[in-house]
Design a protein around this ligand. Structure first.
Ligand code: NAG
Ligand code: NAG
Ligand code: NAG
Length: 156
């Protein structure tokens, strides 16, 4: 029996961080390894609920290949006492509201986030380029990889 794509994906997810670091110990800095901006078409981004979508270049460099990719930012960011912080704990959207993604100068997510005591909503912003990376046409963050398709939602 040949392994399913799902099994292969699991293997890649398990071994990729180890291979990249050359050692087995997990590091919290893996959540802040971004730099998608150079290889993703962020001016065409979509931000729907808490999912970010855009076209990103894949490894098929010979034909300048790209894919549409969605990443659930709830798997990337947490609300840390009113601040948006890269974390695989995630779930920022349960306590942050009025969120939007701007790309005027870099790509930033801005929200109103409850502080820990639940007494104040603070405006919080995070530079998504410091969190999100592009792997072969799929956006990812921390140990999470988003999905990808050939064409995006605007393609007819
Ligand atoms: C891709 O991920 C997004 C965001 O999590 C989700 O809304 C969408 O349903 C997923 N699409 C597919 C084809 O899995
Ligand atoms: C983005 O969200 C922040 C926080 O809710 C808000 O202050 C700002 O006006 C919003 N920007 C746009 C362009 O909607
Ligand atoms: C990604 O895009 C390539 C074209 O660049 C396409 O051949 C491939 O099927 C796409 N991948 C997925 C999962 O749709």
């Amino acid at each position: 029996m040949t392994p399913s794509l799902n099994q292969i994906a699991r293997l890649i997810l398990v071994f990729a961080p180890i291979a990249a670091k050359g050692q087995a110990s997990p590091s919290p800095t893996s959540c802040a390894d971004g730099h998608f901006i150079g290889s993703c078409a962020y001016p065409g981004l979509r931000f729907v609920d808490h999912a970010l979508g855009m076209y990103c270049l894949n490894d098929n460099t010979a034909v300048f290949g790209y894919n549409w990719t969605w990443l659930d930012l709830d798997k990337c960011l947490t609300n840390n006492d009113g601040k948006l912080t890269p974390s695989s704990i995630g779930d920022y959207s349960s306590s942050c509201f009025n969120c939007n993604v701007s790309y005027i100068s870099g790509v930033h997510l801005t929200c109103d986030c409850w502080n820990m005591a639940g007494t104040n909503q603070l405006q919080a912003s995070v530079d998504l380029n410091s969190v999100i990376y592009n792997t072969n046409g799929a956006m990812g963050c921390c140990d999470q990889l988003g999905n990808k398709t050939w064409k995006g939602p605007q393609a007819g």
